[in-house]
Design a binder for this molecule. Structure first.
Ligand code: NAI
Length: 337
């Protein structure tokens, strides 16, 4: 099911205090869109720790509250728009004990609701309004009068009014203009984490191996980097895929390329990859193995140097031939400029 502007009634939000917990990528975009949709500034409160994001919110004319307990007590609706890994800590400690029994809680990603890492009262509404766009596009498309793809769901309908609230909020941030897709935190989490943990790691691996094979065959770093990604050809291919069709975009390529790609893809046996993908989906994503492990290292992600596991992963990835070659190419390019 797809929801459009006419399915949503902004009057549902009349006199409600709408709190944005976080004014980052999504928070800044969604709060501005909501205000530009006619929700009065007095009804909007930005709950943010004192930092550059809070300053940005003030500069844009929003009321900012640094005391999260006060913000929670005032909220009829709260958009949770701080990073996923900090949400359980921040929300459960300050918002859960202080929110109204009838509050509506909005997430922009299914992760913490699907893995039951956030605590709600059964009388509250829990909805997902998840733009499929980075925050800057959520804002720029709205300003241009266009919509953006978005998933919507009601995960807990404590007040019986959850869908009406979810749709009104979706419309206010500009998500029902192009059509908001009925989804669920299960679907959103499964697809997101699968893409992040199965599809893209394989794509990174394919590029890494392709680079090595062609390098061994005598191709230069420069030629390889440009051929494979620095020319932005892959970006253009995906843009065409979105516009013309996943396979239909091939028609923009040469006949040699079309024949090679189609015959090559059909000749590949995907059975082993399918099993590998199923294993990641069921035994790493959906069973909570990854989220359990991630919760254990989450606090370390704010540390410096090698104590931060993400830094260690970056360091290891930088040792690969592809990244080393790209560094050389970029430094030579910089010398040219
Ligand atoms: P972000 O990284 O831009 O968040 C920054 C905000 O979080 C700032 O207001 C900052 O003050 C606050 N913050 C950061 N650490 C904090 C802490 N320890 N305690 C208190 N406040 C803290 O977040 P982003 O990327 O906008 O993500 C918000 C939600 O939107 C997430 O659930 C994410 O999955 C979802 N989402 C993000 C998209 C994106 O384009 N980045 C796309 C679609 C959904």
């Amino acid at each position: 099911k797809i929801y459009y502007d006419q399915d949503a009634d902004l009057n549902v939000l009349k006199d409600k205090t709408i709190v944005f917990l976080g004014f980052g990528n999504q928070g800044a975009a969604q709060a501005q869109n909501l205000r530009d949709s006619g929700i009065p500034n007095e009804q909007i409160l930005i709950a943010n720790r004192p930092d550059s994001y809070a300053e940005d919110a003030k500069a844009k004319g929003f009321k900012v509250e640094h005391d999260f307990v006060k913000a929670a007590k005032a909220a009829d609706v709260v958009f949770i728009l701080v990073p996923d890994q900090v949400q359980p800590r921040v929300f459960n400690e300050t918002f859960t004990p202080n929110l109204k029994d009838t509050a509506a809680i909005v997430v922009a990603s299914g992760y913490n609701v699907f893995f039951k890492l956030l605590k709600f009262k059964p009388t509250q509404d829990v909805v997902m309004v998840a733009p499929r766009m980075i925050g800057s596009s959520v804002r720029s498309l709205y300003v241009k009068g266009k919509g953006f793809p978005c998933f919507v769901s009601v995960e807990q309908d404590g007040t019986g009014n959850g869908l009406a609230v979810a749709l009104a909020l979706s419309r206010a941030i500009g998500a029902t203009k192009a059509g908001a897709i009925d989804s669920s935190v299960y679907e959103e989490t499964a697809m997101d984490l699968f893409a992040e943990q199965a599809l893209w790691p394989n794509i990174i691996m394919l590029f890494r191996e392709a680079f090595s094979v062609l390098k061994d065959a005598g191709c230069s770093d420069e030629a390889l980097c440009y051929e494979m990604w620095m020319s932005k050809e892959p970006a253009e291919i995906f843009e065409r895929a979105a516009e013309d069709g996943f396979i239909a975009q091939l028609k923009h390529h040469s006949t040699v390329s079309q024949y090679g790609q189609l015959s090559g893809a059909l000749a590949l046996d995907g059975t082993a990859t399918r099993e590998h993908f199923k294993n990641i989906l069921h035994n790493q994503v959906l069973n909570g193995k990854f989220s359990g492990e991630f919760t254990k290292i989450e606090a370390d992600l704010e540390k410096e140097g090698d104590e931060n596991p993400l830094n260690v992963l970056y360091k290891k990835s930088e040792e690969t031939e592809l990244v080393q070659a790209e560094k050389r190419v970029r430094s030579r390019l910089a010398n040219l400029l």
